[in-house]
Design a protein around this ligand. Structure first.
Ligand code: C2E
Ligand code: MG
Ligand code: MG
Ligand code: MG
Length: 289
């Protein structure tokens, strides 16, 4: 808006805003460098089946240890990557890397990859998915793409075509962070999701007496079951929450209670042997061969 005002531009910028813009530009440059020099890594957080208590898959989460600033959260740098256009290249790196790494795992569990609405709006995205699967040798049904309600802001009709193309490839689709944002039930009517991920804000406090989150989770699970979709409860941190989530009927659990994200080589170890988990009495054991 400031730009449109032409000569009035400078009036609108305080010292703080300029400093913000400078550090943002620096962050952009650093992201480009990191992408070119192998500075990004993927962490993998286990997703556990409620029925079997075994690892059903992992969610790939971007990890960036900035050479000067230390670890930076994707919640902080992904929005910047989306604004400066770098998300396409970064997202491609994430997808290709996750497919290659998952193809090497000792068990054929799923890998979930977060996809930005900007990637999802690109008509070339299905070709990228096909290419990532072909180059890695990963079976399509092991790849789960996590998208948020942000993809539905595109009203051009391209979203429906994208869903069709991706289902045609055979990958799975998950609706991430459900219950936050826009949460129109119309999205569930028309979109071919295989899974709903219930946002961690609903899990927080749900196990406390009188908390209304449990009722909301129950309603989401009922809806998902009816529509033939799986449900993952995100952000499960304590044992009481495992018990509750199981009672409420979610098919999967993801959260610190079963472990934070780990580097790729540790996934191989986790899948090869018994996983040590914080939750007593809920060991995540390996699948029978
Ligand atoms: P998300 O996709 O909803 O991922 C789950 C986030 O919750 C992760 O944060 C994870 O570390 C955190 N989490 C998992 N269990 C717990 C728990 O028990 N308690 C708490 N408090 N948090 C838990 P993270 O890794 O910081 O990622 C934040 C967000 O950044 C992600 O949310 C996702 O939206 C975005 N993101 C991460 N990696 C990528 C990526 O490769 N591409 C894109 N487009 N976005 C990404
Ligand atoms: Mg996610
Ligand atoms: Mg989420
Ligand atoms: Mg989230």
């Amino acid at each position: 808006a400031a730009k449109a005002d032409g000569r009035g531009v400078h009036r609108f910028y305080s010292e703080d805003m300029l400093a913000g813009a400078r550090s943002r530009k620096a962050l952009e440059d650093d992201m480009r460098t990191a992408l070119g020099e192998g500075g990004f890594e993927l962490g993998y957080q286990p997703v556990v089946s409620t029925a079997t208590t075994q690892i059903a898959g992992y969610e790939a989460l971007l990890r960036w240890n900035h050479p000067v600033r230390g670890p930076i959260s994707p919640a902080d740098f992904i929005p910047v990557a989306e604004e400066c256009g770098l998300i396409e290249a970064l997202g491609e790196w994430v997808l290709r890397t996750a497919c290659v790494q998952a193809a090497r795992w000792p068990r054929a569990v799923r890998v979930a990859v977060n996809v930005s609405p900007i990637q999802f709006a690109n008509p070339a995205f299905p070709a990228l998915v096909t290419s990532a699967l072909a180059h890695s040798g990963l079976a399509a049904d092991r790849l789960e793409l996590e998208i948020t309600e942000g993809v539905f802001l595109d009203e051009s009709g391209a979203t429906d075509a994208m869903f069709k193309a991706l289902k045609g490839i055979g990958v799975r689709l998950a609706l991430d962070d459900f219950g936050t944002g826009y949460s129109s039930l119309g999205y569930l009517r028309n979109a071919p999701f295989d899974k709903i991920k219930i946002d961690q804000s609903f899990v927080r406090g749900a196990a406390q007496p009188g908390n209304r989150n449990a009722a909301i989770i129950r309603a989401i699970v009922t809806l998902a079951d009816t529509l033939g979709m799986e449900t993952t409860a995100e952000g499960v941190e304590v044992q009481d929450e495992i018990e509750l989530i199981r009672r409420l009927g979610c098919s999967h659990i993801q959260g610190y209670v079963y472990g934070r994200s780990v580097p790729a080589d540790q996934v191989v170890e986790q899948l090869g042997g018994v996983v040590q988990v914080a939750a007593v009495g809920h060991k995540v054991s390996r699948a029978p061969r």
